[in-house]
Ligand binder design. Sequence first.
Ligand code: 2DT
Length: 212
Amino acid sequence: SSQYGDARGALIVLEGLDRSGKTSQSGRLVKYLDGLGYPVESWRFPDRETAVGKMISSYLTNQSQLDDHTIHLLFSANRWEKRSLMEAKLKSGTSLIVDRYSYSGVAFSSAKGLDIEWCKAPEVGLLAPDLVVYLDIPPERAAERGGYGGERYEQLEFQKNVSQYYKMLSDASWKTVDASQPMEDVEKQLKEIVLDCVVSCQKGKPVSELCI
Ligand code: 2DT
């Protein structure tokens, strides 16, 4: 599909609070890259389709109760079970736009009071994103958008706490986009950042493992 015959795909992660626009924006990004002729897929974690994912989904919808450590490890296992497919897709040249990843795992569980280093440990060895974009929105603003469903975690006080942990996890490599702007403006900024990343991966930037 390009001058770089065996070019790899880019692993691009969108993070942010609930209602920050991750899901809408990942759809738009996939359309955009696809339109430019880049092989691309939209992924999300948790992936509720797998057996582990079904347990997670039942927990999130309050149909089951699980100890905080247990659900943390299930979220991580849900990423591990997709790791080899993820690697194969990237190697075959397909870029992945991933709605939530390990950072959600660590931020949400730490916000409940689990030790942050304990939370990070099971993530080590997963694939490192080539780009993390943080859709930054004040928790109050996100809550005003409405559409918090009845799922666990969809509460203002808890989201405020999660946002503190996201701030702790972020580093200089993250790209932060102001997600309280109109959707079209967010989209425009995202397209530019993401295309840059896809192009640099095509040019041979190596795949690496996550260190969080
Ligand atoms: P969605 O609303 O995006 O489906 O997320 N979560 C997510 C965790 O607590 N740990 C994780 O590892 C991941 C990926 C964030 C469902 C909720 O699950 C939370 C919101």
